[in-house]
Design a protein around this ligand. Structure first.
Ligand code: ZN
Length: 280
């Protein structure tokens, strides 16, 4: 094949892939992932643990979807205080061919190292003594999407989920299309970009709701190499709903009204996302 022909075919395949994906994209199945669990408590506040707060919010969020949008299928990576390996969490979402993956976590600042006093050595030299104090000041929400680096694991997940869709379309339209062809990688990267764009959109909507409606401190949308997000072949976010290390936020995170605000923020973000991304 000449370069010109292969470029043209690639262009056609690429456009078709994007078209096929955006045409097919409907939010039907949502996986809600409560961070940590069991022997992995996550961050700890003065009196509460991240794993418990995350689970409470995850269950309430799921219930709100079940009550108000019964047409959606809601799956949970855990519904009790158990530890689930991160690859198992991703498998649940990939096996279900979920359309959105939402992971719920609480943030924490590490203790700060401070000088607590001085001691004198035998030679009379003053040496500082160090101790740790809790960093209880930092507050706010932030939502992560998979970073653009280290996306190899997501390649696998996307391939496993998406190439079936791709193959159906391409076997019809392009007889003899080879999924191992280098061109497949270009198409996979298009899927990856589509997932990334959608993940960023959902993350932004969640942050907008936290900030504009709930009046929380906005730490923004961030891209980071988070394994769980890299393993799922669908738009995915990890939302940090507040700092459990901040006493005011710990109270908010544990209160019924605080949890209701957080749940409503995520719920409304998903509703808007669904409306804006679905193409008929
Ligand atoms: Zn966490």
């Amino acid at each position: 094949m000449t370069l010109k022909k292969s470029t043209l075919l690639l262009l056609i395949l690429s456009i078709s892939a994007q078209f096929a994906f955006s045409q097919g994209y409907k939010v039907k199945t949502i996986v809600i992932d409560a961070g940590h669990g069991g022997g992995k408590p996550g961050a700890a506040g003065t009196y509460s643990k991240e794993k418990n707060v995350a689970l409470q919010v995850a269950l309430k969020l799921g219930k709100k979807f079940e009550d108000e949008m019964p047409e959606l299928k809601i799956l949970y990576t855990r519904k009790t205080d158990v530890d689930v390996d991160f690859y198992k969490r991703a498998d649940i979402a990939n096996d279900a061919k979920a359309d959105i993956f939402i992971s719920i976590h609480c943030n924490s600042m590490p203790d700060r190292r401070v000088v607590t006093g001085y001691t004198k050595t035998k030679s009379g030299k003053k040496v500082p003594k160090y101790g740790y104090v809790k960093n209880s000041i930092t507050s706010g929400t932030e939502t992560f999407v998979a970073g653009t680096h280290r996306l190899n694991e997501q390649d696998v997940a996307i391939r496993e989920n998406a190439d079936i869709k791709l193959e159906k379309n391409y076997k019809q339209n392009y007889d003899g299309y080879d999924p191992n062809d280098p061109e497949t990688f270009i198409i996979l990267s298009l899927f990856k970009n589509t997932f990334r764009d959608k993940s960023l959109k959902l993350a932004s909507l969640i942050q907008d709701n936290y900030t504009n409606v709930n009046k929380r401190v906005n730490r923004g949308v961030k891209e980071q190499g988070i394994l769980i997000l890299q393993r799922v072949g669908m738009p995915a976010v990890l939302t940090e709903i507040g700092f459990i290390s901040n006493p005011t936020e710990e109270d908010y995170l544990n209160s019924a009204s605080g949890q209701e605000e957080i749940v409503t923020a995520i719920f409304n973000a998903v509703k808007t996302y669904k409306r804006q991304t679905e193409v008929n």
